[in-house]
Design a binder for this molecule. Structure first.
Ligand code: FES
Length: 124
């Protein structure tokens, strides 16, 4: 990991963006990784098919917390269909660092939770 990239991740871990909950979310989903016990919840407020507001809460390792913080910045104001096509590789690229494959589950936890929250939208 390059030191600048590491700084970027540590900054998001120490100063998470969009941390908290939304009182009356349009979509909300929570999921964890059983092997470590970490858990992420994402709340979304929509405006039409666009993400108007997004907040996350929960606990996790530095990589999971930083990646979900970065993710909230990435998807804020975006159309749902743009978010639905975000790939695992897009998320890994957004972290700006080469993440060890053994930490992929941590790095992708937020994106998985987000996709499941959006899938709930399709079911309503
Ligand atoms: Fe649990 Fe990373 S160790 S999410």
């Amino acid at each position: 990991m390059e030191s600048d990239d590491l700084e970027y991740i540590l900054d998001h871990y120490k100063n998470p963006r969009n941390y908290g909950t939304i009182e009356d979310p349009d979509l909300s989903f929570e999921e964890g990784i059983p092997s470590c016990g970490d858990l992420i919840r994402l709340d979304l407020k929509l405006e039409g098919q666009k993400v108007k507001d997004v907040k996350f809460s929960g606990t996790g390792c530095a990589i999971s917390q930083a990646s979900v913080s970065i993710l909230t910045e990435l998807v804020s104001g975006k159309e749902i269909e743009e978010i639905n096509v975000l790939s695992d590789q897009d998320m890994l690229n957004a972290l700006g660092s080469r993440i060890s494959p053994i930490r992929f589950n941590c790095a992708l936890l937020g994106l998985n939770v987000l996709k499941k929250a959006l899938a709930e939208n399709d079911n309503t």
